[in-house]
Design a protein around this ligand. Sequence first.
Ligand SMILES: C[S@@+](CC[C@H](N)C(=O)[O-])C[C@H]1O[C@@H](n2cnc3c(N)ncnc32)[C@H](O)[C@@H]1O
Length: 270
Amino acid sequence: MPTIKITYSDSSYKPNAEVLAGKLNFPLVDSAEISQQSSQNGQADYYLEYASDGLCLKSAVRNEHGPIRCDFNSGASTHRRKYGGGNGQAIAKAVGVSGKFAPKVLDLTAGMGGDGFVLATLGCEMLLLERNPVVHSLLNDGLQRAAIAGLEDTELAAIAARISLLDTDAGTYLKALPTGPCADIIYLDPMFPERKKSAKVKKEMQAFHGIVGADEDASELLELALARARYRVVVKRSSSAGYLADTAPSYSLEGKSTRFDVFALRKLPG
Ligand SMILES: C[S@@+](CC[C@H](N)C(=O)[O-])C[C@H]1O[C@@H](n2cnc3c(N)ncnc32)[C@H](O)[C@@H]1O
């Protein structure tokens, strides 16, 4: 795990930074100290920084990659929300969203919340689980900012209200539940195996891989999910990847570079 320190762009964000540093048990540094540190050996690999546009992850190496943050109110996110293809998107078909049915979805591997947000945009009630404390903090901050932006955008407010987030391990969560289905659809998007030395893997993705590591328990999660979903389990994979746990799904839907493997358990309502 790389070394990560918490910082803030100006003193008005110091209280937020202190709370996060205490929660994650990471050192807190004043941003003014960072440039001094870089000439010494006590430098971190990354900084989680509070600034006017929210919490972001920055590399300690200048210009290695841009800041990584969750922004559900950005131009790109708003464009996808408005013109992204609605229920015609492969992810929507995989999950079974239709004009007649908006499922309750448990996303076991929330990550930066991209897929969860798309499904919430289509009307799904989303429960997101994320176990990595750094990723959870970034996503939690993005969702909080979406809720604030929703004060001036009723559509965004309704989407944000459909999303809940827990900082927990999905396997532990599922095993602690009483028996029986816990969601209409269970969605699973474990980390793709890292394509080492490939120039195609963006620096941001490399940073994400370095912090999250390999999701070694993904096969076990699939087994747990199959026992707990009411209608379907959906596994997102890279187009070139084999089936998770070598288990063939009922069918697959191909996206551009991704594939959705659908394990159909019961007929959807509607
Ligand atoms: C590939 S990312 C998911 C990306 C996400 N679908 C999106 O659209 O942003 C996988 C994430 O799942 C998380 N994860 C993996 N296994 C998990 C588990 N057992 N419990 C909770 N989170 C898990 C990892 O920490 C990582 O952040």
